[in-house]
Design a binder for this molecule. Structure first.
Ligand code: G1P
Length: 286
């Protein structure tokens, strides 16, 4: 079955970015002139996704407004003859069909995904975490969908991590299958460096079969007292194969202020208009 739907989780408090996230969704922080969430929505669209289910919560209205039409603003731009800006806004609101699900309590990533169960309605689907911005020739999700099409079972994105970073990731026990693909033998959420079973950490792109929902429904709070998607995947392993795929591309973790700054600098340096001037400025600073 084709992967048509993608869940994007945007329900968390963004505590690492407080106080700005008190009234501004973390996902709306800018990376140059676009909010973070737009990068993942565009990745989903260019990977062939037809519907996005955005899991949101309190204080996230700005996201809904952003992907909606604003007739007043369009009218204003039209009157002023700002046709290029007008087209940009219209392209944005017609980018994709988005539906919103509210996560009423912040009980973790697994709980956020479970909130989308009814809208997914028994299909295999994708999950994208907007903290993880991935740049590559082929969109990371598209690469994952190709692996799903080959094995017809759940696929989790992984990348090599240093052992000291293991407490930030889900970490897999891999069995090499071919090149970049691994069969996952087990997974553990945020282990200590000593307990990490490998140097392959989970990154926020997943293709999941609908059986994940039954697993999530019986998953009890784990690491940080949250319902972890990693723990549900571990349960899923009892009934189906799950693969890990080492995607090609550069990944930025914009979920922390330092990671967000790194992404901002990297994107700024590459920008065709102001990249050279920005490089010069950084050179002077250093
Ligand atoms: C989540 C997942 C973790 C994964 C990470 C990737 O953690 O729980 O397994 O490795 O995303 O970004 P979070 O970063 O939300 O704490």
């Amino acid at each position: 079955m084709k992967i048509r739907k993608a869940v994007i989780t945007a329900g968390g408090w963004g505590t690492r970015f407080l106080p700005i996230t008190k009234s501004q969704p973390k996902e709306m922080l800018p990376l140059l002139n676009k909010p973070l969430i737009q990068y993942v929505v565009e990745e989903a669209v260019s990977s062939g996704i037809e519907q996005i289910i955005l899991v949101t919560s309190l204080v996230k209205n700005a996201i809904e407004n952003y992907f909606d039409r604003s007739f007043e603003l369009e009218h204003f731009l039209e009157q002023k003859g700002e046709t290029r800006l007008l087209k940009k806004l219209q392209d944005l609101s017609s980018l994709i069909n988005v539906c919103y699900v509210r996560q009423k309590e912040q009980l973790g990533l697994g709980h956020a995904v479970l909130s989308a169960r009814d809208v997914i309605a028994g299909e295999p689907f994708a999950v994208l975490l907007p903290d993880d911005i991935i740049e590559g020739k082929v969109p990371a999700l598209k690469q994952m969908i190709a692996v799903y099409e080959q094995y017809k079972t759940s696929v989790v994105a992984v990348q090599r991590i240093s052992s000291q970073d293991a407490p930030k990731y889900g970490v897999i026990t891999p069995k090499e299958v071919s090149g970049r693909t691994y069969q996952i033998l087990s997974l553990v959420e945020k282990p200590t460096p000593q307990k990490a079973p490998s140097n392959l950490g989970v990154v926020g792109r997943y293709i999941l079969t609908p059986q994940i929902f039954d697993a999530l429904a019986v998953t009890t709070p784990g690491k940080n007292r949250e319902i972890q998607l990693t723990d549900a995947l571990q349960l899923l392993l009892e009934q189906q194969l799950v693969y890990g795929y080492e995607f090609e591309g550069e990944r930025y973790d914009t979920g922390t202020p330092l990671g967000w700054l790194e992404a901002t600098v990297a994107f700024g340096l590459k920008h065709p208009d102001f990249g050279p001037a920005f490089r010069e400025h950084l050179r002077k600073l250093l």
